[in-house]
Design a protein around this ligand. Structure first.
Ligand code: 1DF
Ligand code: MN
Length: 356
């Protein structure tokens, strides 16, 4: 029995809301073989090699748990959901998904992974919904896949794992992706990835490049670049989702507003242009946050205060942080019943168009 497995006495209580977990990972059968080949061929980015090179060589119980349950979209996962009181998972291809590959492989495999996901959802339509994996490496193909995800596969959003080989969605060459997201009303979950080669060294030196910290600061930067590049001025209806309590950006908001305005006003950078709204306004009008990885009432309440109670959602981050005690802790937050239901259930139902 691994440390993540639960005994029945730890089960969460019956509650009068559904628990919808919104950042839940999976890996189709071929993905890990393709990841292993990327590593063997020496074609993986430094951050990918650090994370997945470790996962494929470690015997640690947590790692074995992660590898095994990423690959199950059927009985084992549903059993874990039942044991943890999770009614539904919003599924996304695990990070960095197809963004680890060359453009051609990425475009092809996104289609394969999305078809596989759609089949699993068809088999368990009351337990799973899913997000469309896309290959930013080919923005036109990504836009098409967004359309296919929305119109043919019944998927409810888009998953992007931050940068793609060190390039960010803030670059206008990627903006067909935002146009498609807006046109098909698909929210974009901006999930972490390891920092790119140009950023990762001081993190790796001290073992902080992964989910502990490298993920968070890199993804916060990624989201901020999207705000300051004017994406939401051009595509005002685009909605994005950040995990891990907004990768700390809500806590930064005051300083971001002040220093962004001050830096723009001083004409310090050709590359930093004025935007129509402040970073805090983009955060509150174009972003949702989830509490993935952060089962912490204090942080959740701060986010609810800042973002509004309609913009903060529950996530477990299965199978990476499969901790049933955290579900119980969140059930027990001192929070009025309406807002707790918004957090666990109704915000996700609205954002991901979940009807039952
Ligand atoms: C880890 C964590 C890996 C998260 C993930 O995807 C991930 C990890 C590869 O702990 O190595 O999604 N997470 O979101 O915290
Ligand atoms: Mn995650």
């Amino acid at each position: 029995m691994s440390s993540n497995e639960v005994s029945p006495q730890q089960r969460p209580a019956k509650v009068d809301y559904l628990r919808i977990a919104t950042e839940e990972a999976f890996a189709p059968p071929d993905l890990f073989n393709m990841y292993r080949k990327l590593l063997a061929d020496g074609k993986a980015d430094t951050g990918f090699a650090s994370l997945w090179g470790f996962h494929f060589s470690s015997q640690a119980p947590r790692v074995q748990h992660i590898l095994k349950y990423n690959q199950d979209l059927d009985k084992l996962r549903i059993q874990h959901m039942d044991e943890a009181g999770i009614d539904m998972q919003v599924l996304s291809l695990t990070s960095p998904g197809v963004q680890a590959f060359d453009a051609e492989t990425a475009v092809d495999y996104a289609i394969t992974a999305n078809d596989y996901l759609a089949e699993a959802i068809k088999k368990h339509p009351t337990r799973f919904v899913g997000l469309t994996a896309i290959a930013p490496q080919n923005p036109a193909a990504a836009a098409k896949e967004i359309e296919r995800g929305a119109t043919k596969l019944g998927l409810r959003g888009i998953i992007v794992n931050s940068h793609t080989h060190g390039e960010y969605l803030s670059d206008p060459k990627y903006w067909d992706i935002f146009a498609a997201a807006e046109a098909f009303d698909m929210p974009i979950y901006l999930h972490p990835s390891s920092p790119p080669p140009k950023m990762i060294e001081p993190f790796m030196e001290v073992g902080l490049d992964g989910a502990v910290y490298g993920f968070g600061v890199e993804t916060g930067l990624s989201a901020l670049r999207i705000m300051t590049s004017g994406v939401f001025d051009k595509f005002p209806k685009v909605q994005m989702i950040l995990g891990h309590m907004g990768e700390a950006l809500p806590y930064w908001a005051y300083r971001l507003d002040y220093m962004h305005r001050a830096t723009v006003a001083a004409n310090r950078y050709e590359s930093l242009k004025p935007t129509k709204r402040k970073p805090s306004e983009y955060l509150r009008e174009n972003f949702y946050v989830t509490n993935s990885g952060v089962a912490w009432e204090l942080a959740i309440k701060f986010a609810q205060d800042f973002m509004g109670v309609d913009r903060v959602m529950y996530a477990m981050d299965y199978p990476y942080q499969h901790v049933v005690d955290e579900v119980i802790a969140l059930d027990n937050m001192l929070m009025n019943a309406e807002d707790k239901k918004r957090f666990f259930q109704t915000n996700a139902e609205r954002v991901f168009k979940i009807t039952r």
